[in-house]
Design a protein around this ligand. Sequence first.
Ligand SMILES: NC(=O)c1ccc[n+]([C@@H]2O[C@H](COP(=O)([O-])OP(=O)(O)OC[C@H]3O[C@@H](n4cnc5c(N)ncnc54)[C@H](OP(=O)(O)O)[C@@H]3O)[C@@H](O)[C@H]2O)c1
Length: 326
Amino acid sequence: MYSSRIFASIGAVTVAALAINVLSAVKVYVLPSKLKRYAHVSADGKHPWALVTGASDGIGRAFAEELALRGFNVVLHGRNQTKLDVVKSELQEKHPETFFRTLVADASKVQCVNCLQGGENESHHPLDFNAIKDALQDLHLTVLINNAGGGARDPVYLSLSDSSEERITDNVTVNALFPLHLIRVLLPHLAQNSPALIMNISSLADAGLPLLASYSASKQFLMTLTRTIDLEIAFSGKAEIECLGVRVGNVTGVSHNRQSPSFFTPSANTMARAALDRAGRGHGVITGHWAHALQQAMMDFMPTFLARIVILNTIRERKEAELKSS
Ligand SMILES: NC(=O)c1ccc[n+]([C@@H]2O[C@H](COP(=O)([O-])OP(=O)(O)OC[C@H]3O[C@@H](n4cnc5c(N)ncnc54)[C@H](OP(=O)(O)O)[C@@H]3O)[C@@H](O)[C@H]2O)c1
Protein backbone atom coordinates (compact mmCIF):
# COMPACT_ATOMS: atom_id res chain seq x y z
CA MET A 1 0.00 0.00 0.00
CA TYR A 2 2.75 2.38 1.11
CA SER A 3 4.99 1.51 -1.86
CA SER A 4 2.14 1.92 -4.38
CA ARG A 5 1.59 5.46 -3.03
CA ILE A 6 5.29 6.21 -3.55
CA PHE A 7 5.10 4.93 -7.14
CA ALA A 8 1.94 6.93 -7.78
CA SER A 9 3.64 10.09 -6.46
CA ILE A 10 6.73 9.50 -8.62
CA GLY A 11 4.43 8.96 -11.62
CA ALA A 12 2.48 12.15 -10.91
CA VAL A 13 5.68 14.20 -10.51
CA THR A 14 7.08 12.75 -13.76
CA VAL A 15 3.89 13.50 -15.69
CA ALA A 16 3.79 17.04 -14.24
CA ALA A 17 7.45 17.64 -15.16
CA LEU A 18 6.82 16.33 -18.68
CA ALA A 19 3.73 18.53 -19.05
CA ILE A 20 5.69 21.61 -17.89
CA ASN A 21 8.46 20.83 -20.39
CA VAL A 22 5.99 20.34 -23.26
CA LEU A 23 4.09 23.53 -22.35
CA SER A 24 7.21 25.66 -22.15
CA ALA A 25 8.40 24.23 -25.48
CA VAL A 26 5.03 24.96 -27.12
CA LYS A 27 4.82 28.43 -25.50
CA VAL A 28 7.85 29.58 -27.54
CA TYR A 29 5.87 29.03 -30.76
CA VAL A 30 2.47 30.43 -29.80
CA LEU A 31 3.25 33.67 -27.96
CA PRO A 32 3.15 36.79 -30.16
CA SER A 33 6.36 38.40 -31.41
CA LYS A 34 8.03 41.13 -29.38
CA LEU A 35 10.31 42.25 -32.20
CA LYS A 36 8.70 45.69 -32.22
CA ARG A 37 10.57 46.59 -29.04
CA TYR A 38 13.63 46.96 -31.32
CA ALA A 39 11.78 49.09 -33.91
CA HIS A 40 12.17 52.28 -31.88
CA VAL A 41 13.00 55.78 -33.06
CA SER A 42 16.17 57.39 -31.62
CA ALA A 43 16.10 60.44 -29.35
CA ASP A 44 17.06 62.61 -32.34
CA GLY A 45 14.27 61.15 -34.52
CA LYS A 46 16.15 58.53 -36.55
CA HIS A 47 14.20 55.48 -37.70
CA PRO A 48 15.48 51.98 -36.87
CA TRP A 49 17.75 49.98 -39.16
CA ALA A 50 18.55 46.28 -39.33
CA LEU A 51 21.67 44.77 -40.90
CA VAL A 52 21.10 41.36 -42.50
CA THR A 53 24.20 39.48 -43.64
CA GLY A 54 23.80 37.23 -46.66
CA ALA A 55 20.73 39.16 -47.81
CA SER A 56 21.25 38.57 -51.53
CA ASP A 57 19.52 35.17 -51.46
CA GLY A 58 17.53 32.62 -49.47
CA ILE A 59 16.65 33.18 -45.83
CA GLY A 60 18.66 36.43 -45.65
CA ARG A 61 16.66 37.99 -48.47
CA ALA A 62 13.48 36.81 -46.73
CA PHE A 63 14.69 38.39 -43.45
CA ALA A 64 15.17 41.70 -45.26
CA GLU A 65 11.66 41.59 -46.67
CA GLU A 66 10.08 40.62 -43.36
CA LEU A 67 12.00 43.33 -41.47
CA ALA A 68 10.80 45.93 -43.98
CA LEU A 69 7.23 44.80 -43.29
CA ARG A 70 7.86 45.19 -39.57
CA GLY A 71 9.03 48.80 -39.72
CA PHE A 72 12.81 48.55 -40.18
CA ASN A 73 15.02 50.09 -42.83
CA VAL A 74 17.44 47.41 -43.99
CA VAL A 75 21.15 47.17 -44.85
CA LEU A 76 21.52 44.30 -47.31
CA HIS A 77 24.91 42.64 -46.97
CA GLY A 78 26.43 40.26 -49.49
CA ARG A 79 29.53 39.65 -51.58
CA ASN A 80 28.12 40.42 -55.00
CA GLN A 81 27.15 44.05 -55.72
CA THR A 82 25.14 43.19 -58.86
CA LYS A 83 23.07 40.56 -57.05
CA LEU A 84 22.52 42.91 -54.11
CA ASP A 85 21.40 45.73 -56.43
CA VAL A 86 18.77 43.46 -58.00
CA VAL A 87 17.45 42.43 -54.57
CA LYS A 88 17.48 46.06 -53.43
CA SER A 89 15.44 47.31 -56.38
CA GLU A 90 12.93 44.43 -56.04
CA LEU A 91 12.46 45.15 -52.35
CA GLN A 92 12.33 48.92 -52.93
CA GLU A 93 9.52 48.46 -55.42
CA LYS A 94 7.52 46.37 -52.94
CA HIS A 95 8.29 48.63 -49.96
CA PRO A 96 8.54 52.23 -51.24
CA GLU A 97 8.43 53.68 -47.68
CA THR A 98 11.46 51.68 -46.55
CA PHE A 99 15.10 52.69 -47.01
CA PHE A 100 17.51 50.01 -48.21
CA ARG A 101 21.29 50.17 -48.38
CA THR A 102 23.80 47.63 -49.63
CA LEU A 103 27.04 46.57 -48.00
CA VAL A 104 29.54 44.45 -49.91
CA ALA A 105 32.03 42.38 -47.93
CA ASP A 106 33.25 38.88 -48.71
CA ALA A 107 32.82 37.05 -45.39
CA SER A 108 35.55 34.56 -46.25
CA LYS A 109 38.19 37.32 -46.35
CA VAL A 110 38.80 37.74 -42.63
CA GLN A 111 42.36 38.78 -41.82
CA CYS A 112 44.55 35.81 -40.94
CA VAL A 113 47.60 35.63 -38.69
CA ASN A 114 49.76 34.07 -41.42
CA CYS A 115 48.94 36.95 -43.72
CA LEU A 116 50.05 39.39 -41.03
CA GLN A 117 53.32 37.52 -40.53
CA GLY A 118 53.92 37.25 -44.24
CA GLY A 119 53.47 40.97 -44.74
CA GLU A 120 51.63 42.18 -47.85
CA ASN A 121 49.58 39.41 -49.40
CA GLU A 122 48.31 40.54 -52.77
CA SER A 123 45.73 37.80 -53.22
CA HIS A 124 44.11 37.94 -49.79
CA HIS A 125 42.73 41.53 -49.54
CA PRO A 126 41.48 41.11 -45.97
CA LEU A 127 38.30 42.73 -44.73
CA ASP A 128 38.48 45.95 -42.78
CA PHE A 129 35.89 45.56 -40.02
CA ASN A 130 36.46 49.12 -38.83
CA ALA A 131 35.50 50.35 -42.30
CA ILE A 132 32.29 48.28 -42.07
CA LYS A 133 31.57 49.82 -38.67
CA ASP A 134 32.21 53.34 -40.03
CA ALA A 135 29.94 52.73 -43.02
CA LEU A 136 27.04 52.06 -40.62
CA GLN A 137 27.84 54.74 -38.04
CA ASP A 138 25.22 57.24 -39.26
CA LEU A 139 22.38 54.72 -38.91
CA HIS A 140 20.19 54.03 -35.88
CA LEU A 141 21.11 50.34 -36.04
CA THR A 142 19.09 48.24 -33.58
CA VAL A 143 19.12 44.78 -35.19
CA LEU A 144 21.99 42.65 -36.48
CA ILE A 145 21.14 39.34 -38.14
CA ASN A 146 24.17 37.14 -38.74
CA ASN A 147 22.69 34.95 -41.44
CA ALA A 148 25.42 34.69 -44.12
CA GLY A 149 26.85 31.21 -44.30
CA GLY A 150 26.15 27.66 -45.24
CA GLY A 151 27.95 24.44 -45.93
CA ALA A 152 30.91 24.05 -48.24
CA ARG A 153 29.91 23.17 -51.82
CA ASP A 154 31.01 20.88 -54.66
CA PRO A 155 30.67 18.49 -53.01
CA VAL A 156 28.54 19.31 -49.98
CA TYR A 157 29.29 16.01 -48.25
CA LEU A 158 32.99 15.28 -47.77
CA SER A 159 35.00 13.65 -44.99
CA LEU A 160 37.32 15.86 -42.97
CA SER A 161 40.42 14.01 -44.15
CA ASP A 162 39.42 14.46 -47.81
CA SER A 163 38.76 18.19 -47.35
CA SER A 164 41.41 20.71 -48.37
CA GLU A 165 42.79 23.24 -45.91
CA GLU A 166 41.30 26.01 -48.04
CA ARG A 167 37.79 24.46 -48.06
CA ILE A 168 37.76 24.08 -44.28
CA THR A 169 39.26 27.49 -43.51
CA ASP A 170 36.90 29.24 -45.90
CA ASN A 171 33.84 27.53 -44.44
CA VAL A 172 34.77 28.15 -40.81
CA THR A 173 35.63 31.76 -41.59
CA VAL A 174 32.25 32.52 -43.19
CA ASN A 175 30.15 30.72 -40.57
CA ALA A 176 32.11 31.58 -37.42
CA LEU A 177 34.87 34.20 -37.69
CA PHE A 178 32.98 36.72 -39.81
CA PRO A 179 29.99 36.98 -37.41
CA LEU A 180 32.40 37.01 -34.44
CA HIS A 181 34.25 40.07 -35.74
CA LEU A 182 31.09 41.76 -36.95
CA ILE A 183 29.60 41.48 -33.46
CA ARG A 184 32.91 42.72 -31.98
CA VAL A 185 32.91 45.95 -33.99
CA LEU A 186 29.15 46.60 -33.91
CA LEU A 187 28.47 45.90 -30.22
CA PRO A 188 29.23 49.46 -29.01
CA HIS A 189 26.96 50.87 -31.73
CA LEU A 190 24.13 48.47 -30.82
CA ALA A 191 24.66 49.20 -27.12
CA GLN A 192 24.30 52.91 -27.79
CA ASN A 193 21.01 52.23 -29.61
CA SER A 194 19.66 49.65 -27.14
CA PRO A 195 17.32 47.92 -26.71
CA ALA A 196 18.88 46.02 -29.59
CA LEU A 197 18.91 42.52 -31.00
CA ILE A 198 21.67 40.26 -32.28
CA MET A 199 20.28 37.17 -34.00
CA ASN A 200 22.73 34.47 -35.07
CA ILE A 201 21.53 31.84 -37.54
CA SER A 202 22.66 28.29 -36.95
CA SER A 203 21.57 24.86 -38.14
CA LEU A 204 20.28 21.61 -36.65
CA ALA A 205 23.59 20.32 -38.04
CA ASP A 206 25.33 22.08 -35.13
CA ALA A 207 24.66 18.90 -33.12
CA GLY A 208 27.35 17.29 -35.32
CA LEU A 209 26.84 15.59 -38.68
CA PRO A 210 29.33 13.38 -40.53
CA LEU A 211 30.83 14.70 -43.80
CA LEU A 212 29.90 18.21 -42.66
CA ALA A 213 32.61 18.72 -40.03
CA SER A 214 33.55 22.36 -40.68
CA TYR A 215 29.91 23.42 -41.09
CA SER A 216 28.59 21.57 -38.01
CA ALA A 217 31.44 22.73 -35.79
CA SER A 218 31.40 26.35 -36.94
CA LYS A 219 27.65 26.62 -36.36
CA GLN A 220 28.13 25.24 -32.83
CA PHE A 221 30.89 27.84 -32.37
CA LEU A 222 28.33 30.51 -33.31
CA MET A 223 25.84 29.23 -30.73
CA THR A 224 28.47 29.18 -27.96
CA LEU A 225 29.43 32.70 -29.04
CA THR A 226 25.77 33.72 -28.72
CA ARG A 227 25.59 32.49 -25.11
CA THR A 228 28.95 34.06 -24.30
CA ILE A 229 28.11 37.50 -25.72
CA ASP A 230 24.79 37.40 -23.89
CA LEU A 231 26.62 36.84 -20.59
CA GLU A 232 29.29 39.42 -21.43
CA ILE A 233 26.63 42.07 -22.04
CA ALA A 234 24.94 41.14 -18.76
CA PHE A 235 28.36 41.25 -17.06
CA SER A 236 29.00 44.80 -18.26
CA GLY A 237 25.48 45.76 -17.15
CA LYS A 238 25.59 48.69 -19.56
CA ALA A 239 23.15 47.82 -22.32
CA GLU A 240 20.02 45.92 -23.13
CA ILE A 241 20.91 43.69 -26.06
CA GLU A 242 19.16 40.41 -26.72
CA CYS A 243 21.43 37.72 -28.16
CA LEU A 244 19.41 35.00 -29.80
CA GLY A 245 20.74 31.91 -31.52
CA VAL A 246 18.28 30.44 -34.02
CA ARG A 247 18.72 26.85 -35.18
CA VAL A 248 17.32 26.05 -38.60
CA GLY A 249 16.47 22.75 -40.31
CA ASN A 250 15.86 22.21 -44.04
CA VAL A 251 14.46 25.27 -45.80
CA THR A 252 13.46 25.80 -49.41
CA GLY A 253 13.61 28.94 -51.57
CA VAL A 254 17.37 29.10 -50.98
CA SER A 255 20.29 28.92 -53.42
CA HIS A 256 20.63 25.11 -53.22
CA ASN A 257 16.92 24.24 -52.97
CA ARG A 258 14.16 25.94 -54.98
CA GLN A 259 11.56 23.15 -54.53
CA SER A 260 8.08 23.66 -53.08
CA PRO A 261 7.84 23.81 -49.30
CA SER A 262 6.74 20.72 -47.36
CA PHE A 263 5.87 19.87 -43.74
CA PHE A 264 9.46 19.70 -42.47
CA THR A 265 10.87 22.07 -45.13
CA PRO A 266 9.30 25.53 -44.85
CA SER A 267 9.96 28.32 -47.35
CA ALA A 268 12.66 30.91 -46.66
CA ASN A 269 9.97 33.51 -45.97
CA THR A 270 8.15 31.27 -43.48
CA MET A 271 11.49 30.54 -41.81
CA ALA A 272 12.46 34.22 -41.54
CA ARG A 273 9.04 35.09 -40.12
CA ALA A 274 9.28 32.27 -37.57
CA ALA A 275 12.78 33.35 -36.48
CA LEU A 276 11.72 36.98 -36.02
CA ASP A 277 8.67 35.86 -34.07
CA ARG A 278 10.98 34.22 -31.52
CA ALA A 279 12.72 37.55 -30.77
CA GLY A 280 12.11 39.70 -27.74
CA ARG A 281 11.30 36.86 -25.36
CA GLY A 282 14.57 36.38 -23.56
CA HIS A 283 18.00 35.12 -24.39
CA GLY A 284 19.36 31.81 -25.54
CA VAL A 285 19.45 29.36 -28.37
CA ILE A 286 16.19 28.11 -29.82
CA THR A 287 14.94 26.20 -32.84
CA GLY A 288 13.21 28.87 -34.94
CA HIS A 289 10.42 26.92 -36.65
CA TRP A 290 8.08 24.57 -34.77
CA ALA A 291 8.39 21.82 -37.43
CA HIS A 292 12.18 21.78 -37.02
CA ALA A 293 11.70 21.75 -33.22
CA LEU A 294 9.47 18.71 -33.61
CA GLN A 295 12.13 17.03 -35.76
CA GLN A 296 14.77 17.79 -33.12
CA ALA A 297 12.48 16.55 -30.30
CA MET A 298 12.00 13.24 -32.16
CA MET A 299 15.78 12.84 -32.39
CA ASP A 300 16.28 13.79 -28.72
CA PHE A 301 13.64 11.27 -27.66
CA MET A 302 15.38 8.37 -29.43
CA PRO A 303 17.95 6.21 -27.66
CA THR A 304 21.45 7.39 -28.64
CA PHE A 305 22.28 4.25 -30.64
CA LEU A 306 19.12 4.69 -32.73
CA ALA A 307 19.74 8.40 -33.29
CA ARG A 308 23.25 7.52 -34.56
CA ILE A 309 21.79 4.99 -37.02
CA VAL A 310 19.26 7.56 -38.29
CA ILE A 311 21.99 10.20 -38.75
CA LEU A 312 24.38 7.81 -40.52
CA ASN A 313 21.67 6.51 -42.86
CA THR A 314 20.39 10.00 -43.69
CA ILE A 315 23.84 11.32 -44.57
CA ARG A 316 24.67 8.12 -46.50
CA GLU A 317 21.50 8.59 -48.59
CA ARG A 318 22.27 12.27 -49.20
CA LYS A 319 25.85 11.49 -50.22
CA GLU A 320 24.63 8.82 -52.65
CA ALA A 321 22.05 11.22 -54.11
CA GLU A 322 24.75 13.87 -54.51
CA LEU A 323 27.07 11.40 -56.28
CA LYS A 324 24.25 10.33 -58.62
CA SER A 325 23.29 13.88 -59.52
CA SER A 326 26.89 14.84 -60.24
N1 LIG B 1 18.59 26.48 -46.31
C1 LIG B 1 18.68 25.58 -45.36
O1 LIG B 1 18.15 24.46 -45.49
C2 LIG B 1 19.42 25.90 -44.07
C3 LIG B 1 19.42 24.94 -43.05
C4 LIG B 1 20.09 25.22 -41.88
C5 LIG B 1 20.74 26.43 -41.71
N2 LIG B 1 20.74 27.34 -42.71
C6 LIG B 1 21.50 28.59 -42.50
O2 LIG B 1 20.74 29.70 -42.94
C7 LIG B 1 21.62 30.72 -43.41
C8 LIG B 1 21.18 31.16 -44.79
O3 LIG B 1 21.27 30.04 -45.67
P1 LIG B 1 20.47 29.95 -47.04
O4 LIG B 1 20.04 28.55 -47.16
O5 LIG B 1 19.49 31.04 -47.12
O6 LIG B 1 21.69 30.13 -48.07
P2 LIG B 1 21.76 30.83 -49.49
O7 LIG B 1 20.45 30.82 -50.19
O8 LIG B 1 22.92 30.19 -50.17
O9 LIG B 1 22.15 32.33 -49.11
C9 LIG B 1 23.33 32.55 -48.42
C10 LIG B 1 23.60 34.03 -48.36
O10 LIG B 1 24.89 34.22 -47.75
C11 LIG B 1 25.72 34.90 -48.67
N3 LIG B 1 27.10 34.48 -48.58
C12 LIG B 1 27.59 33.22 -48.68
N4 LIG B 1 28.92 33.24 -48.59
C13 LIG B 1 29.28 34.54 -48.45
C14 LIG B 1 30.51 35.21 -48.34
N5 LIG B 1 31.67 34.56 -48.39
N6 LIG B 1 30.51 36.55 -48.17
C15 LIG B 1 29.34 37.25 -48.16
N7 LIG B 1 28.15 36.67 -48.28
C16 LIG B 1 28.12 35.33 -48.42
C17 LIG B 1 25.16 34.53 -50.05
O11 LIG B 1 25.65 35.45 -51.03
P3 LIG B 1 25.57 35.05 -52.61
O12 LIG B 1 24.16 35.35 -53.01
O13 LIG B 1 26.57 35.95 -53.24
O14 LIG B 1 25.91 33.60 -52.73
C18 LIG B 1 23.68 34.64 -49.76
O15 LIG B 1 23.27 35.97 -49.68
C19 LIG B 1 23.03 30.12 -43.39
O16 LIG B 1 23.71 30.57 -42.25
C20 LIG B 1 22.78 28.63 -43.31
O17 LIG B 1 23.82 27.95 -42.68
C21 LIG B 1 20.10 27.11 -43.90
